[in-house]
Design a protein. Structure first.
Length: 265
């Protein structure tokens, strides 16, 4: 038998065994692994935050996509700064009832909205049913569904296509869908801005998570989406996550609306 062929065969066997054993190996370190076919691999694990509070994290293909506290007192509270900024805007509106969230992930923001109000109805469009399964098992989505009942509606579809085919208008549209270094997708384009504007109520607000620096060449996604939405909505501004370090990537909140808000920069 050819030695090169034998070596490749042995290497292939070792790789296969390692791949099959990887979930078990990771579980020994407190990491749960979810294989999601063509949509990649998700890892769920826990870590203390700055004050020692335990946080459960969701990492998809090397990108952190969600976080949740795990205690009974904090399970529905928000860990991420940019989600808290979004809630500040929504609260400042004072009249938001119909909310659309594009991109479920760990469902942190929808979970907060439906458990901290009794009147808000939230529709979430998540492209991956496997992600929703993880959120129910690991991020308390099941508990939020039980509390919210019909006020929380989950849809598995591409967010762009679903919105384009929807006849509904919303008081708030949140774009929290991103893949690594490609934030917002088609909703960052001129066509996307027009689509969002068409589906906002008269005093509606659009919120988007734009992960990039505030300055420098890599800030282009934020510049592009600001220009696009500025052509269709009267007011567009940014709530930065890290204003003190403008050249480092951050989860910046783009706000676009035709209404004035007290938080406007």
């Amino acid at each position: 038998m050819n030695l090169a062929f034998l070596a490749l065969t042995v290497l292939g066997i070792l790789i296969s065994v390692t791949y099959l054993a990887l979930p078990w190996l990771l579980s020994l370190r407190g990491v749960q692994m979810y294989r999601r076919g063509p949509l990649g691999t998700a890892l769920v694990f826990e870590s203390p935050d700055e004050d020692g509070t335990t946080v459960r994290l969701l990492n998809v293909d090397g990108t952190f996509q969600s976080a949740s506290y795990v205690s009974d007192e904090l399970w529905s509270e928000l860990v991420c700064v940019y989600h808290r900024e979004m809630v500040r805007v929504i609260n400042a509106m004072g009249d938001a009832h119909e909310v659309l969230v594009i991109g479920g992930g760990g469902y942190s923001l929808p979970k907060y909205l439906v458990t901290h109000t009794k009147y808000m109805r939230v529709t979430v469009v998540e492209i991956d049913p496997g992600m929703t399964k993880i959120a129910r098992e690991q991020f308390f989505l099941d508990r939020a569904e039980q509390q919210a009942g019909e006020r929380l509606a989950l849809v598995h579809a591409d967010g762009w296509e679903w919105l384009r085919n929807s006849g509904r208008r919303f008081d708030v549209i949140v774009n929290d869908a991103f893949m690594g270094n490609k934030p917002l997708g088609r909703l960052s384009t001129e066509e996307g801005a027009e689509l969002v504007a068409e589906h906002l109520s008269d005093k509606g607000v659009y919120l988007a998570n734009v992960r990039c620096p505030l300055e420098g060449q890599r800030s282009r996604p934020l510049q592009d989406v600001t220009i696009a939405f500025g052509r269709h909505l009267a007011r567009v501004w940014t709530l930065p996550e890290r204003p003190e370090t403008p050249r480092e990537p951050g989860n910046n909140v783009l706000v676009a609306s035709n209404r004035p808000l007290s938080l406007e920069a």
